[in-house]
Ligand binder design. Structure first.
Ligand SMILES: Cc1cc2nc3c(=O)[nH]c(=O)nc-3n(C[C@H](O)[C@H](O)[C@H](O)COP(=O)(O)OP(=O)(O)OC[C@H]3O[C@@H](n4cnc5c(N)ncnc54)[C@H](O)[C@@H]3O)c2cc1C
Length: 453
């Protein structure tokens, strides 16, 4: 009998599974695949939204595939369609139309929703989130109309800062409000984050360590209340993080974890009534995973995380025994031309999990010091104080961050110590590297600190 696979969700996670299935299934054993999603396009890359707002390209260039592309490959690709229920014992999903779709294997990739803080005024006109194509179109229309003068971004994370740069480049006086005392708190320590803050254009100002109390205005937003201050705002972006979309999973009786995501095992199978189901998988922004360093449950809401999870789910759908080994969440972001990278834990997160941290920080060049196009580069490496194994890294420069973050991701996975990073053989050519990389200097500083009585 032909295997019937139903995928709920056509964001990065659902589409990655679909792509891998189409690539890996054999002619002899072809599954009947149905993908169901609310949106009308085939695949839209939300990661590209901030740069479209910065005017680097048009929003419609983010539509990478049309539904017809998948339908031509034999997929029952249903757009503009809502799944209203999953019946696990009966093995079917119910659609808003009342139709019941049976499955042999089910993949839940329902993603997330922007967190809206529980404060007054979030439904006023002029208040936006940046998550979907429609969000991007609405914001772009405001920027193109050149009617907004003052923007407030709530949330100093990656998306908030990329959007703040876009607003500033469109001539808006922009304020970023972040409730933590420093920017990018999920991925950077405060000392490294201060470099980002100093780099950003003068048009962007900050209110750090302060929470927004209310959005004020009559019909349209006019100001943002932060403690005693009312910051003028005719455009407000809420970029306060993503919450896993788990309503379907919850009503189907699937187990949820402490961070609010769907609970999965190493094979990315979901749990119901105490045991993991052989034929129901979940991945992407809707699940929570184990942090590879701290072994605690956490969210890792990245397209790059979803891609690896999709390989695991696809392999298991096709009869394999793949496992997901936990996340290190390597992250890189371009914020106003500054590349910011991070992998593993921050100092605050490690300490909150009871780990002692030894840190080494170094500032060098990306190329030989005599090479005219060299750029400054900052690296902070975090090591477990007792084993001296690498557990986290944070890097900033105008170039060369992604490859170093990928290298350090492998180093953490391999359990590399500070000494091993120092002794590691590296390539050198003056127009491309320094003979001794900033990573080596940062490791030496931490190692020295660890060995000095
Ligand atoms: C502005 C922005 C920039 C980003 N930049 C980066 C980046 O640079 N690098 C990176 O790695 N990550 C980035 N991310 C994160 C990345 O986009 C997400 O991690 C990724 O898109 C998650 O994919 P997903 O498929 O799990 O969820 P989603 O993309 O949210 O997709 C969920 C899907 O499920 C469908 N769905 C949900 N419920 C139902 C239902 N009941 N019925 C039918 N369909 C349903 C939705 O319609 C949607 O198709 C960025 C995110 C944003 C918003």
């Amino acid at each position: 009998m032909t295997q019937r696979i139903v995928i709920i969700g056509g964001g990065a996670a659902g589409i990655d599974v679909l792509e891998f299935l189409l690539r890996e299934q054999t002619e002899r054993k072809k599954a009947e695949i149905t993908l169901i999603k609310r949106e009308h396009e085939g695949f839209f890359s939300s990661c590209g939204l901030p740069f479209a707002l910065q005017g680097r390209y048009e929003l419609n260039e983010l539509v990478l595939f049309k539904p017809e592309f998948y339908r031509a490959k034999g997929v029952d690709f249903r757009t503009g369609t809502e799944v209203t229920g999953i019946t696990v014992p009966g093995k079917y999903v119910r659609l808003a139309t009342g139709e019941e779709l049976p499955y042999d294997d089910l993949v839940i990739a329902t993603g997330g929703r922007p967190v809206i803080p529980p404060i007054p005024g979030t439904t006023l006109e002029g208040v936006f989130t940046l998550w979907s194509r429609e969000d991007g179109e609405r914001l772009k229309a405001v920027l193109d109309a050149e009617c907004a003068k003052n923007a407030v971004v709530i949330g100093g994370g990656m998306i908030g800062l990329q959007a703040a740069v876009a607003f500033a480049r469109n001539g808006l006086k922009t304020t970023v409000v972040e409730q933590c005392p420093s920017l990018l708190p999920a991925i950077l320590d405060a000392d490294v984050a201060s470099v980002v803050q100093n780099w950003l254009p003068n048009e962007v100002t900050f209110r750090l360590g302060r929470a927004v109390r209310a959005l004020e205005g009559a019909g349209h937003v006019a100001s943002v209340r932060v403690n005693e201050e009312a910051i003028a705002a005719d455009l407000v972006l809420i970029a306060a993080g993503m919450r896993p979309a788990v309503d379907l999973a919850r009503t189907a009786g699937l187990a949820l974890g402490a961070c609010g995501g769907i609970k999965v095992n190493h094979a990315l199978r979901v749990k119901r009534v105490g045991s993991y189901l052989n034929n129901v998988y979940a991945l992407g922004d809707c699940i929570e995973v184990i942090d590879a360093v701290t072994k605690r449950s956490r969210l890792s809401q990245l397209a790059s995380t979803a891609l690896i999870q999709a390989r695991v789910v696809t392999s298991n759908l096709l009869g394999g025994t793949a496992t997901y080994g936990g996340c290190l969440s390597p992250t890189v972001a371009s914020i106003g031309g500054l590349q910011v990278g991070s992998v593993g834990v921050t100092t605050a997160y490690a300490r909150s999990c009871g780990m002692n941290v030894k840190a080494g920080i170094a500032i060098k060049y990306t190329k030989a010091r005599f090479f005219p196009t060299r750029k400054l580069i900052v690296a902070k490496l975090l090591f477990d104080a007792s084993t001296e194994r690498l557990i986290g890294a944070q890097l900033i420069s105008e170039e060369g961050i992604a490859e170093r973050i990928n290298e350090l991701t492998l180093a953490i996975k391999a359990g590399a110590t500070a000494l091993e990073l120092i002794m590691r053989e590296r390539c050198f050519e003056p127009s491309l590297t320094m003979v001794e990389d900033v990573i080596v200097d940062a490791a030496m500083k931490a190692h020295k600190r660890a060995t000095t009585p």
